[in-house]
Write a protein that binds this ligand. Structure first.
Ligand code: FES
Length: 283
């Protein structure tokens, strides 16, 4: 599934989840408060409510009390006008605890979901192409061949910093090519058959950048002394293999190094070119 499809699915799912959380937080509760009777209880009470008939003595007592009031024995307060109700000012009431908790939980949920969604989108967003980790165009065939020709032998081998790669010429004679076919395969062998091998600058021992040595015409790692011949096959030192390498692609008249697909270097003991020391070591 492509990244675009995953993003197209992930965004609606996140929106639906956020809407669900918001809806459940805002839903009015059925419970109106403590002490409130349920509808069934009120119905049952109403059914059992009976009004006792008023007896003649009670009516007589009521009448005598009313007469006593009229006669002035009992103080009857003057009726007052009922106070007109006005709704309370919401600002005076302020925010209730329930409102505060609802709003706080919705805010926190929204922030959490937003952060989660943003992190997912950032993770799935396609990486920019063109830099190290992708296919890097290092130049035209003729310009790359010019660099190689001017640096073999040279103080530094042909180095392309944008691909962190030494692009080395690979001998095209029949014996060397046959030796290469017995060791290498896939895209690396395809590059060798075109006369190129792209070596990653990173030492396979502990990752130091490996410089070339102008006198020995080998690569010599200054960190722990691993040494490799001109095509990155290990000669001495603690490195577990030869230098790792990238596929070389010819795209029209352009040379492209696929730095997103490194291949492990050849095992210790590989020597397809037979290149010996050409002078004293640097490291
Ligand atoms: S990092 Fe190169 S030899 Fe250790």
């Amino acid at each position: 599934m492509s990244s675009g499809t995953i993003i197209a699915i992930a965004i609606p799912v996140l929106v639906v989840l956020a809407a669900l959380v918001g809806f459940t937080s805002l839903r009015k509760s059925d419970v109106q408060g403590l002490g409130q009777l349920s509808r069934e209880t009120r119905k049952r009470d109403a059914g059992s409510l009976t009004v006792a008939p008023v007896s003649d003595e009670a009516k007589e007592l009521e009448r005598s009390v009313a007469l006593a009031r009229v006669g002035g024995d009992v103080a009857v307060p003057e009726p007052t006008e009922p106070e007109i109700w006005s709704p309370p000012d919401p600002e005076e009431i302020g925010v209730t605890r329930r409102q505060f908790l609802n709003r706080a939980s919705i805010t926190l949920m929204t922030m959490g979901l937003s952060a989660f969604g943003a992190a997912n989108i950032a993770f799935l967003w396609p990486r920019p192409t063109g830099g190290f980790g992708s296919k890097v165009k290092i130049g035209t065939i003729s310009s790359v061949n010019d660099v190689i020709a001017s640096s073999s032998p040279a103080v530094t081998f042909s180095y392309f910093s944008e691909a962190q790669t030494y692009l080395q010429p690979y001998p095209m004679d029949e014996a060397t090519q046959r030796a290469a076919e017995s060791v290498y395969s896939g895209a690396v062998l395809d590059g060798i058959k075109m006369g190129y091998v792209a070596l990653w600058q990173k030492c396979p021992h502990l990752g130091c950048k490996v410089p070339s040595c102008a006198t020995s015409q080998w690569f010599e790692c200054p960190c722990h002394g691993s040494q490799y011949n001109r095509v990155g096959e290990k000669k001495v030192g603690p490195a577990p293999r030869g230098m790792d390498r990238f596929p070389v692609i010819i795209d029209g008249d352009k040379v492209v190094i696929d730095t997103g697909s490194p291949t492990q270097g050849p095992p210790i003991g590989t020597d397809t070119t037979g290149q010996g020391l050409e002078g004293p070591h640097c490291a």
